[in-house]
Design a binder for this molecule. Sequence first.
Ligand code: ASC
Length: 151
Amino acid sequence: MKALAFAAAAATLFSLAAPANAQFAKPEDAIKYRQSALFVMGQHFGRVGAMATGRAPFDAKVAADNAEVVASMAKLPWVAFAPGSDKGGETKAKAEIWTEQAKFKEAGEKLVAESTKLAAAAKTGNLDAVKTAFNATAGTCKACHDAYRAK
Ligand code: ASC
């Protein structure tokens, strides 16, 4: 009974700590959510990357559609690095995410900004603009992974 009360209190605490627009029932859900969002984003980013690096023929419409998905998905993961979700499932998220919250937030905002530019560049249909914006966006992926993702 005591254990049950504790679990209920912990669950309440966890959901209260999360913003109203992202209620995760438990830490594992937050972990799954951010990994899923990052996975989907990566799939679409990879399709743009294949064209930006010449591994696939450039198709302006395909680039624009995929870049738009990247820019939308880029907004999603951050709220799911919720307080208490450093554990509770398999995760490569480093503890620094929660101890350097301002810096981590900034890193997420950089990705949003650069992927928004990538989507705008892709809309112009100019491959050189896509290449430049793709590299800038990939740079923000890498910087954040280097700092905040365990190997
Ligand atoms: C990708 C992808 C990443 C980034 C990163 C950039 O295509 O899936 O995580 O680029 O590798 O260095």
